[in-house]
Design a protein around this ligand. Structure first.
Ligand code: GLA
Length: 388
């Protein structure tokens, strides 16, 4: 792919690319919808990602091209930028806007993007494109940001420019990911540890439901608001900043403060999920993949029943997985409302799993999922150093 990309750049811009970068996508092993509640999450970077080739130009223009999308955009270097419809190039434009607003002087660039993350599948193609763009600008213009600054800037773009009130997990994972490691990230303090994701005889399967994710953004923002309501009500008796500042026992003592039954369910998921991540970390450290798998199933059930972000498609993957003795556990990953599920599958049974889940899913849903066996890869960097 790498070589073809350079050729494509040449064909499009009639010159050589001077810079090349890569940023991965991510899956989250456990700890869902709790990053914006100050919780613990366990994502890892995957080997699918966004490639970005760049060459400076003397025309005072940013040119955006993609091998995935027909839409392209040329935009003059200016003092501030606006979102243009729902186009893919809003992500890099949002990053440029943030750099400029923070006082960095940028010059014209020709950009070529290519992504092999299935788009809109919940594997963080948007965080990947934000982080690769901010990493590239920081590198080319010596803007002096740390990697954590770039993560925060990219999250800001998603929140303010794109309009999704996401937490920090995705941008953090695609920036700090490490080969064969999962990140245990505390989303309150941003302390993290890269832990060996020693899956033993298991491999990580990614099952893309191929369901178009309509309404995902508005439903996502609705969940964020419901959590804010729960927090405000609990604060009448508790001195806390986030829902994840309390454990399940403390929650039980104060849950009467929450007036809406729906909001109560949301808060229960958040607080129990945070406790589950702590148990999952212990299980992983002790190589107890069976226990880890059970926690994955419990997480899925809670996302389906309490948080209500699953759907028949994601549920079908979890249902099938439970019937297959070679699967330790499975769950939806990411925001939900379609997108991807993950499963821990015995390595020598992967092909049979792939066939089995495809059959079950297709019979139930009416079209096929895509099933991948995923490797855990590195975070953002120079293409030559990250993709080997
Ligand atoms: C999306 C968001 C993340 C996180 C997950 C759910 O991927 O971008 O910040 O909230 O959903 O865990």
């Amino acid at each position: 792919m790498k070589n073809n990309l350079y050729q494509e750049f040449n064909n499009i811009f009639n010159k050589e690319a001077e810079y090349a970068y890569f940023s991965p996508g991510r899956v989250n092993l456990i700890g869902e919808h709790i990053d914006y509640n100050g919780g613990l999450v366990m994502p890892c970077a995957i080997t699918f990602g966004t490639y970005l080739l760049i060459s400076p130009n003397e025309d005072g223009v940013f040119r955006f091209r993609s091998l995935n999308f027909g839409e392209q955009q040329d935009i003059a270097v200016q003092a501030s930028y606006e979102k243009v419809g729902e186009n893919w190039f809003n992500f890099p434009i949002g990053v440029i806007d943030s750099f400029v607003k923070e006082g960095h002087e940028l010059k014209g660039l020709d950009f070529l993007f290519y992504g092999d993350i299935p788009i809109g599948s919940g594997l963080s193609s948007s965080a990947s494109i934000e982080v690769v763009t901010s990493f590239a600008l920081n590198d080319i213009f010596n803007s002096g940001y740390s990697k954590l600054d770039l993560v925060k800037l990219s999250k800001y773009v998603e929140n303010q420019f794109i309009g999704v009130n996401c937490g920090i997990m995705d941008q953090f994972a695609v920036a700090f990911g490490e080969k064969n490691k999962a990140l245990m990230l505390n989303c309150d303090t941003l302390d993290y540890e890269a832990v060996d994701s020693n899956l033993g005889k298991y491999v990580l399967a990614i099952i893309n439901t191929n369901k178009p994710r309509k309404l995902a953004e508005s439903k996502y923002n609705e969940r964020v608001e419901e959590c804010q309501t729960a927090l405000a009500e609990l604060k009448q008796e508790l001195d806390i900043n986030y829902l994840c500042d309390i454990d399940t026992d403390t929650f039980k003592k104060h849950q009467h403060l929450i007036t809406s039954p729906v909001v109560l369910k949301r808060a229960k998921h958040v607080i129990e999920e945070n406790d589950r991540v702590k148990l999952a970390a212990k299980a992983l450290a002790g190589n107890n993949l069976d226990e880890f798998g059970q926690l994955m199933y419990a997480s899925h059930d809670s996302l389906r029943d309490l948080y209500e972000v699953s759907g028949v498609e994601l549920d079908a993957v979890a249902e099938y997985s439970k019937t297959n003795p070679d699967v330790a556990g499975a769950r939806m990953t990411g925001a939900g409302f379609g997108g991807c599920a993950i499963a821990l599958v015995k390595g020598d049974a992967f092909e049979a799993f792939s066939k089995g889940v495809t059959e079950y899913y297709t019979n139930k849903i009416g079209y096929a999922p895509s099933v991948y066996s995923s490797l855990i890869g590195n975070g953002v960097g120079l293409l030559a150093e990250v993709v080997i």
